[in-house]
Design a protein around this ligand. Structure first.
Ligand SMILES: Nc1ncnc2c1ncn2[C@@H]1O[C@H](COP(=O)(O)OP(=O)(O)OP(=O)(O)O)[C@@H](O)[C@H]1O
Ligand SMILES: [Mg+2]
Length: 314
């Protein structure tokens, strides 16, 4: 097992004395070479989970629980030791590449820098490796493109540069936080395909965050469904898509659009007053019973890989 997250809790202090609990005890693992998708709507805590793993949360966040990567507990590492892991063993790809790329530096140099810094490679040799990887990512004219600045590239090309940067140093784990949501659907599908091939070929593990169940089912080996900071169902793609059990997962599947438009149309209710330590989905669940209001649903295991938190499943 490459990564094990145990009972991760994250709180943000928002105003004096008040705090918001973004993750309420999240546990999951990722094996070597596996793609684990975390699926959930806006605000469910997907980005907070990714940023916790690589310890990039802002100072007002407090974390509790354990994050074990290759046997090391990351939450207790010093920032210096964590920096050594970040960027070499664990990397992250964000949704908007323009905020992560340096606008004043040629893209080839930015990607090559990873090899120069983390692998002590000479610039010339590093750039050769960048060209090879750009070719693998189907970036046309790779030899010329390395000299481009970020603003000279399309959104899709910039995102490929980000993927190159995340993967060139041979990390063990890549965290991808909605890496293609800002792109149009055809470019998105192409980049996801390339990314999946690349991580599978290299045996890299991928933690992939998305709000799109279609994307999750194309990408993942296993999917975890997050709702308001709680994992409510987890299973292989086959189990989750063909035998969904949690009413929220069922609602997500029902909401898959049949047209080209790949957006959900589920209304996000802010009915937090309904959450009194019971089921997080209580306020929106069509199958809720009175007990669901007060009783927190424990995991029910349906197979070695499939489990669900719901009082109405037996
Ligand atoms: N820096 C912060 N300060 C305070 N609260 C935060 C901060 N970052 C995130 N949160 C809160 O934590 C919760 C989870 O946020 P997160 O960004 O992980 O959601 P998400 O699932 O990634 O959503 P999206 O799909 O919109 O990206 C939200 O309620 C959010 O408001
Ligand atoms: Mg997010």
């Amino acid at each position: 097992m490459l990564l094990r997250v145990e009972n991760l809790r994250v709180k943000f202090s928002v105003s004096k004395g008040e705090s918001l609990e973004a993750l309420k005890g999240v546990s999951f693992f990722i094996s070597k070479g596996e793609i684990y998708c975390m699926l959930g709507e806006s605000g469910s805590g997907k980005s907070v989970t990714a940023k916790s793993i690589i310890r990039l949360l802002p100072p007002q966040a407090s974390m509790d629980g354990r994050i074990i990567f290759e046997g090391k507990e990351l939450l207790s590492l010093s920032e210096k030791d964590m920096r050594r892991i970040r960027g070499s063993n664990i990397t992250i790809i964000f949704q908007e590449p323009m905020t992560s790329l340096n606008p004043t530096m040629k893209v080839g140099d930015q990607v090559a820098e990873v090899l120069c810094v983390h692998k002590n490679m000479k610039k010339k040799e590093a750039l050769k490796r960048v060209i090879d990887l750009f070719n693998e990512l189907l970036i046309s004219d790779a030899e010329k493109r390395i000299h481009a600045y970020p603003h000279m590239l399309s959104g899709g090309m910039r995102q490929r540069v980000m993927i190159a940067m995340a993967i060139i140093g041979d990390p063990k784990l890549v965290l991808a936080d909605e890496p293609t949501t800002a792109l149009d659907v055809t470019v998105q599908a192409q980049i996801l395909g390339i990314m999946k091939d690349l991580v599978k070929r290299r045996g890299v593990s991928l933690f992939f965050v998305t709000h799109d169940i279609g994307v999750a089912s194309d990408m993942a080996d296993r999917i975890g469904v997050l709702y308001r900071g709680i994992l409510v169902e987890e299973g292989t793609v086959e189990e989750l898509i063909n035998k969904p059990l949690h009413p929220y997962t069922l609602d997500l599947i029902k909401a898959i659009p049949t047209t080209e438009k790949k957006e959900f149309d589920i209304e996000i209710s802010e009915a937090t007053e309904d959450f009194q330590g019971g089921c997080p989905y209580f306020g929106r669940c069509s199958k809720a019973k009175e007990a669901c209001r007060k009783v927190f649903p424990q995991w029910i295991e349906k197979s070695a890989t499939h489990k669900v938190r719901c009082l109405n499943v037996d």
